[in-house]
Design a protein around this ligand. Structure first.
Ligand SMILES: Cc1ncc(C[n+]2csc(CCOP(=O)(O)OP(=O)(O)O)c2C)c(N)n1
Ligand SMILES: [Mg+2]
Length: 368
């Protein structure tokens, strides 16, 4: 939206500085009560704890893999809380904070990473599609869904907006660029929410784009904006504006949430092999949770009892997550054939019968 040249620093929309000072922004006024800020703080702390527990569970062999959101809590909680109940989100695989906002239970998220479910939740019930591992493909799913919303006549002040989440690396993917174009020419009610966490596994941002990511939007003919992804208030305000714009029929927006992946890409990755420790230190100073805490403390909006209460809640959540994860039931082997197709299918039926016979052969030999 701002008209910077390639030589100028891109404008970063920020409402709350890393020191916890509320500066506001003329283009994104945000009316928010102290209660609401405390609720956001609670969300941030709880999802960080959930995420940390999941990393530990993977280390203990309870999960096959985990993609940590560490450092990206504000980008996810701010945008997740900007959504209305009937809006629809299409995530990638790291959006545990958005899932939290959409009412997905932590154990439903863990199931997929434990390998005991092919999905985990009902997307319609939560307005939150299943996780998508194929980079960028969800941008097309979201655009198609948004075009459906448009054709259903479900736009307007109380209409439905669609949001899709992807990373900086995904902006190099054909699917993402096709989605940008489709959304633009169809004026689809979709918000493209890019969490630019600076890394695509071991590939740094400069391998993805020679211009700031939000500027890509102008080439497709819709607005782009860069927001401080570690500032939950700015993300809330910017995403809310973009969603409202979409639901009112004004088409797509690209929101680039400028943030940092403080952890490994996944538990299979070791970032010390490809990035500098100093970079992490620099971003620790911009921690998304600390700045909200500072704001609340400096303005006398929360006392020690409040912070202790949230920490106690986080401890209880950790305990619950550990217990629930370990008690998730293993699926029956034949369950893999469920939900492949909505309607009965002869090929699936034949494969199920063959597999059942194969399993029975072990039982017959007493091997199983
Ligand atoms: C189509 C496709 N290509 C490659 C991969 C392997 N892969 C998994 S994650 C990833 C990097 C994605 O980086 P980014 O889009 O920045 O998201 P982040 O993981 O940083 O959130 C890649 C290349 C994949 N899952 N899908
Ligand atoms: Mg990335």
């Amino acid at each position: 939206m701002s008209d910077t040249t390639a030589h100028e620093e891109p404008e970063l929309i920020q409402l709350l500085t890393p020191e916890g000072e509320l500066t506001g922004h003329p283009d994104y006024p945000l009316e928010i009560t102290a209660d609401e800020v405390r609720d956001l703080y609670r969300d941030l702390v709880l999802v960080r704890r959930f995420d940390g527990e999941a990393v530990s569970l993977q280390r203990q062999g309870e999960l096959g893999l985990w993609a940590s959101l560490l450092g990206q809590e504000a980008a996810q909680i701010g945008s997740g809380r900007a959504l209305r109940g009937h809006d629809m989100a299409f995530p990638s695989y790291r959006e545990h904070g958005v899932a939290w906002c959409r009412g997905i239970e932590p154990e439903e998220l863990l199931g997929m990473f434990r390998g005991v479910t092919n999905g985990g939740w009902d997307p319609h019930e939560h307005g939150f599609h299943l996780y998508t591992i194929v980079i960028g493909s969800q941008a097309l799913h979201a655009t198609g869904y948004a075009m459906g919303v448009q054709r259903d006549g479900a736009l307007g002040e109380d209409g439905t907006a669609v949001i899709t989440y992807f990373g900086d690396g995904a902006t190099s993917q054909g699917d993402t660029n096709e989605a940008f174009n489709f959304a633009s020419v169809n004026n689809a009610p979709v918000v493209f929410f890019c969490q630019n966490n600076q890394w695509a596994i071991s590939e740094p941002l400069e391998r993805q784009a020679r211009v700031p990511i939000y500027k890509r939007a102008s080439g497709f003919g819709f607005p782009g904006v860069r927001v401080d992804g570690n500032d939950v208030l700015a993300v809330l305000a910017v995403t809310r504006a973009a969603l409202d714009n979409a639901r009112e029929g004004n088409g797509p927006t690209l929101v680039e949430a400028f943030t940092y992946r403080m952890g490994a890409h996944t538990t299979n990755d070791d970032p010390t092999r490809y990035r500098n420790a100093a970079e992490l230190e620099e971003w620790k100073a911009k921690d998304p949770i600390l700045r909200v805490r500072r704001y609340l403390e400096h303005n006398g909006l929360a006392d020690d009892a409040f912070f202790a209460g949230v920490d106690a809640e986080a401890d209880a959540l950790g305990e619950k997550v550990r217990t629930q994860c370990r008690s998730l039931p293993d699926p029956e082997p034949l369950d893999i054939f469920h939900e492949v197709y909505a309607e009965p299918n002869v090929h699936i039926d034949r494969q199920r019968a063959e597999f059942a016979e194969y399993l029975a052969s072990f039982e017959a030999e007493g091997v199983r």
